[in-house]
Design a protein around this ligand. Structure first.
Ligand SMILES: [Zn+2]
Ligand SMILES: [Zn+2]
Length: 229
């Protein structure tokens, strides 16, 4: 069997002949026939003596077939019809080996990368899940915070009262501190009485005599519970 591969490649041109009279296209001495040969559209070879003037194939009878002059150098795909099949298989085999090597190389590279990055991928997957969980928690806390803020807003009146009381206490502290440090700014603020304290009358007391407009304004701005009438 080993000497099969050692056999020389067949040159197919050696066997190309007219399909009707079997005239050889390549003579025994290797030169081409002086008679022109034709290759038909239907895949037959005929010598110049056996072409039909009505464009029918003299071998198969096909009608209206196109002809081209036969030569050793042909355009593909016709050139492949005359190429040595074993050589063609070798070329196919080589192409297969070349392409498979390249793909195997690429495959090995990506498999190596996959093995290298798999632990990182697993870790990132876990971290991503944790991030999602935390994001959900943040959203829930934001909502809760918003609800608490709204709740505080509803009780704003209470809060403001609380706040103003607190501020008054702070102001008093500051005034007291001003006495002690006798800084010019602090002492200046000491004799100034607090607005609401002065304008708010105890229940049952009548407002003093201003002109009527001023008195209304004063009462409005002070938010007093006293009736103007
Ligand atoms: Zn012929
Ligand atoms: Zn034919």
């Amino acid at each position: 069997m080993s000497n099969v591969s050692a056999a020389p490649d067949l040159d197919f041109w050696e066997f190309v002949n007219c399909g009707i009279c079997h005239l050889e296209f390549v003579k025994e001495n290797g030169t081409l026939s002086t008679v022109p040969f034709w290759l038909t559209e239907c895949g037959h070879v005929v010598c110049n003596s056996h072409i039909n003037p009505d464009h029918s194939c003299s071998e198969c009878g096909g009608q209206g077939v196109q002809l081209m002059p036969l030569a050793r150098e042909l355009e593909p795909p016709m050139s492949q019809w005359f190429a040595s099949a074993p050589t063609a298989f070798d070329a196919v085999g080589y192409a297969l080996r070349f392409q498979m090597n390249m793909m195997a190389n690429l495959l090995r590279y990506f498999r190596k990368k996959y093995i290298q990055y798999r632990p990182l991928y697993d870790r990132l997957k876990e971290e991503h899940a944790e991030t999602k969980r935390l994001k959900k928690l943040v959203d829930e806390l934001k909502l809760e915070n918003q609800q608490l803020r709204q709740h505080l807003h509803i009780n704003n009146g209470d809060e403001r009262t609380l706040h103003s009381n607190k501020r008054r206490r702070v102001d008093e502290d500051v005034s007291y501190a001003g006495h002690r440090t006798s800084s010019p700014r602090s002492t200046a603020s000491v004799p100034t009485p607090h607005g609401p304290d002065r304008l708010t009358l105890p229940p049952g007391h009548h407002p003093p005599h201003f002109n009527s407009r001023q008195s209304i304004q004063t009462y409005d701005s002070a938010g007093s519970q006293q009736s103007i009438a």
